[in-house]
Design a protein around this ligand. Structure first.
Ligand code: SF4
Ligand code: SF4
Length: 807
């Protein structure tokens, strides 16, 4: 039986690539960087490829340089690889033409990412890959973490036999960063997949002064055309080479792939054609629809270039009447998007030549999932339903409201995929608070120590540190396809108490499910401190509600603001996925693995947090009515500009998916100064100023990365009308005296991120040496000290508003 590992797509690909590579020229770009980093790490540790040598990993100055280095390396007969995405891949295009034109085997692994057009988007779609379809590279698509590992190996094997370089891609983030439990490919299988005779042939073709030949000549009109055509036989042979490599893999592993894989009813009349992770969602939708008696099917495109038209036509059922081609890219101004055009041409050729077993079907085109837009079974169902409509929408977008063209489909929200005994869990965290890292460990523990299949996906925006993160974990006895967000959570955790006022964190919670809240309030107190809307949802859904003061435990055990270990422990205790003792043992082992590099004292602090967390979880026995303490505040202030209210506020509230196309400026021109309206309110603790101790150096204001603590010097008359709690001091430094007689250091409690940098850099807040023991102890009277945000928020908001009006 194959060895199972729980791993993300980038790592799965990097392991195979490393084993098949002698030289990797790298340059980092999101979301491909972990592949290069993993190979670099393996090389540093002295790991070997299948030929027993450690690959040379060379970081270049840009992706253009990396592709140039690949070109040079393959020319010398070295098995060479690179990893990239998006604009990085575009920078490689000139060299890709050269590598392909010289029929040099090589593999580029690409975690496909959106291209910067109207705005920069680091998330996934296939715009970058589609820009390379004319370079002469074979293009192989993987749809899941398992496939990314398997087809990475097919690419490394087939490139040697075909003499065509390969671009192997999978969806950025959705596959590159998704953690899945998969069957691992071992080195012996990799060895058997590589044709040593083809390796020897490749080396014999290398430029070598012992057998001199020349490449890269200049060509004139008399023969350049013929030269371009001379490669054709290799491209015509390549599909068969790829299929042979896939068949070899099937014989070795039992996992079978084809150039085009069909799933669905044998007598399907409505068929979707797609490539990438969306195929997994379509696959499970087709299974559910076929089980309900619908005649639907799906063709998964695996080898996109060379496009084997005959094999594609043969993959369609002879009963097909309507085809919808889904592209994960947009080619503005084209007759249709790239895959659509290939399918139209292939079907027309097959029908004209009489090789198709069906009459010309109607072919529709649609776009989905740009910039990692979630692609759900409900959307897939809408695509199949559209094919049955009397007047189907053509050239549509799915999953967004395109009120500009009117050509769009929305998901059928009533449709559900049966998920059996599978569990879904969602964790709301703050970027860089450790929630995502902890959940990666959690899903690996579940995948490794239980018989369950496991999947982890981590949703975050490009703010990364300090932004909102939502971790989506699934586990259960059956294989998990489902490359989309959880939307029926058995377990919901909110790692930031203030999120209750901002986001609908319980929208996906199932009735009767568990809700864990990181709360500064005990079970007895918390009901008086939550918005009514959240409490009503808890009552209506009959949630099992628990609180834990994660911040207090983390602080007490020297972990500062890092609450992730406490909350991860609470998840294992409440979910019961592992027996408690075993869960604690594995959590401690993972803490050691994760933090050993930082020292055993850090590991031990984590262990203490784990022990303390188990004892600190409290169930909340809530009443049948909300406390009536307060309602959720509006996302932005009433005086915000219209654009901020209509557009920015929706994005801030995590409802940007609901924005229609007409709401977005078509040329990407955006109003400025909109961030002032976003009150993040994520800091559990904020700095409080003591004017009597402050020496007015300004360090705090200068260091704050969010401009959330500021200093003003002003005349004393300006204090007229100040709130009762407003603090000020007489100016002390000679320079300030010239500017005014009063000064204030003021924190914006809703903008502060609680990072403590201002305290760390304040000369009057440094720890003091205990004269008796010489030990450093907390300063008993600092100029700045961190205090619970909730205890000062209301008054400090008023103070901040007044401060802003000071001259
Ligand atoms: S803790 Fe201090 S430095 Fe950090 S965001 Fe808040 S005010 Fe700025
Ligand atoms: S609070 Fe500290 S860092 Fe800020 S001005 Fe005063 S002494 Fe300087």
């Amino acid at each position: 039986m194959a060895h199972k590992i729980t791993v993300d797509g980038n790592t799965a690909v990097a392991k195979v690539a490393f084993a098949c590579t002698e030289v990797a020229a790298i340059y980092p770009i999101t979301p491909s960087s972990p592949m290069a980093e993993t190979c670099d790490q393996f090389a540093t540790l002295g790991r070997k490829n299948i030929w027993g040598t450690t690959p040379t990993i060379v970081e270049m100055e840009s992706e253009g340089g990396a592709a140039g280095a690949v070109h040079g390396s393959v020319t010398t007969g070295s098995l060479t690889t690179t990893f990239t995405a998006s604009q990085g891949l575009l920078l490689m295009i000139p060299n890709m033409y050269k590598i392909a034109g010289e029929l040099s085997p090589a593999v580029f692994h690409v975690s496909a990412r959106s291209l910067a057009c109207q705005g920069l988007c680091i998330f996934g779609d296939q715009g970058d890959v589609m820009a390379c379809r004319q370079t002469g590279f074979a293009i192989l698509a993987s749809n899941s973490v398992q496939e990314a590992q398997d087809l990475a190996l097919v690419a490394h094997g087939a490139t040697l036999d075909a003499r065509v370089p390969f671009l192997h891609f999978f969806d950025g983030f959705r596959t590159s960063h998704e953690v899945q439990k998969i069957d691992e490919i071992d080195d012996e299988t990799i060895r058997q997949m590589i044709n040593e005779e083809a390796v020897a042939d490749f080396r014999r073709r290398a430029l070598d002064p012992e057998h001199p030949t020349m490449r890269g000549t200049a060509q004139n009109p008399d023969m350049n055309f013929q030269g371009r055509e001379s490669c054709q036989k290799y491209y015509e042979a390549a599909p068969a080479v790829v299929q042979a490599s896939m068949d070899k893999l099937a014989a070795l592993t039992g996992r079978s792939y084809h150039l085009f894989d069909y799933v669905g009813a044998p007598d399907a009349e409505r068929v979707v054609v797609a490539m990438g992770s969306g195929c997994e969602t379509l696959h499970e939708t087709v299974e559910a629809l076929v089980a309900a008696g619908e005649k639907v099917g799906l063709v998964k495109v695996r080898l996109y270039r060379p496009f084997a038209a005959d094999a594609f036509v043969a993959a369609l059922p002879k009963t097909v009447k309507t085809v919808t081609v889904l592209d994960r890219t947009k080619e503005p101004g084209a007759v249709g998007d790239p895959l659509y055009l290939d399918v139209c041409a292939a079907v027309a050729q097959g029908v004209q030549a009489g090789t198709a077993a069906f009459a010309q079907p109607r072919i529709l085109g649609g776009r989905y999932g740009l910039g990692s837009k979630d692609f759900t079974p409900q959307m897939c169902k809408a695509v199949y339903d559209n094919m049955s409509a009397a007047k189907p929408v053509d050239h549509f977008a799915v999953g967004i409201v395109d009120d500009v063209t009117g050509r769009y489909l929305l998901g059928d929200e009533r449709f559900e995929i049966p998920t059996g005994a599978r569990k879904e869990c969602m964790f709301w965290g703050i970027g860089a608070d450790g929630t995502v890292g902890a959940n990666k460990n959690s899903i690996k523990i579940i995948g490794t120590y239980t018989d369950n299949y496991a999947q982890g996906y981590f949703e975050y925006d490009s703010k990364k540190s300090g932004g909102v993160t939502v971790s989506h974990l699934r586990f259960g006895p059956d294989v998990i396809r489902s490359p989309y967000f959880c939307h029926k959570a058995d377990f919901t955790a909110c790692h930031c108490f203030n999120y209750l006022e901002k986001y609908d964190v319980l929208a996906a919670a199932k009735p009767g499910s568990t809700f864990l809240l990181a709360s500064p309030y005990s079970a007895a107190e918390v009901w008086a401190h939550m918005p009514d809307e959240v409490e009503q949802t808890i009552i209506d859904k009959k949630l099992r509600f628990y609180v834990v003061d994660a911040a207090k435990i983390a602080r007490a055990n020297g972990m500062g603001t890092r609450t992730n270990t406490v909350l991860q422990t609470a998840f294992f205790k409440l979910s019961g996925i592992l027996p408690e003792a075993e869960a604690i043992k594995e959590l401690k082992a993972y803490a050691e693995k994760s933090y050993a590099m930082k020292g055993m004292d850090v590991v031990e602090k984590n262990w203490k947090c784990i022990d303390a967390a188990v004892a600190a979880i409290e169930e909340v026995h809530y009443p049948s009515q909300p406390a009536g303490a307060f309602k959720k505040p509006p996302t932005v202030a009433a005086e915000a500009p219209a654009f901020v209210k209509d557009v920015t506020a929706k994005m801030i509230a995590q409802k940007g998916n609901d924005l229609p196309v007409s709401a977005i400026p078509a040329d990407g021109t955006w109003p400025t100064a909109t961030t002032q309206w976003e009150k993040r309110n994520v800091a559990a603790f904020v700095p409080e100023w003591d004017p009597a101790v402050c020496i007015q150096c300004g360090n705090c204001s200068a260091i704050c990365p969010h401009a959330a603590i500021r200093l003003k010097v002003y005349g004393k008359d300006a204090l007229a009308g100040a709130p009762a709690d407003f603090k000020s001091a007489d100016t002390k430094t000679p320079k300030m005296k010239g500017l005014g007689e009063k000064m204030t250091v003021q924190c914006a409690p809703e903008d502060c991120m609680g990072c403590t940098l201002c305290v760390v850099k304040c000369p009057m807040s440094q720890p003091k040496k205990d004269p008796a023991t010489g030990e450093l102890k907390a300063n008993p009277k600092p100029a700045l000290k961190m205090v619970p945000q909730l205890s000062v928020r209301e008054k400090e908001i008023k103070n901040w508003d007044f401060f802003l009006k000071l001259p």
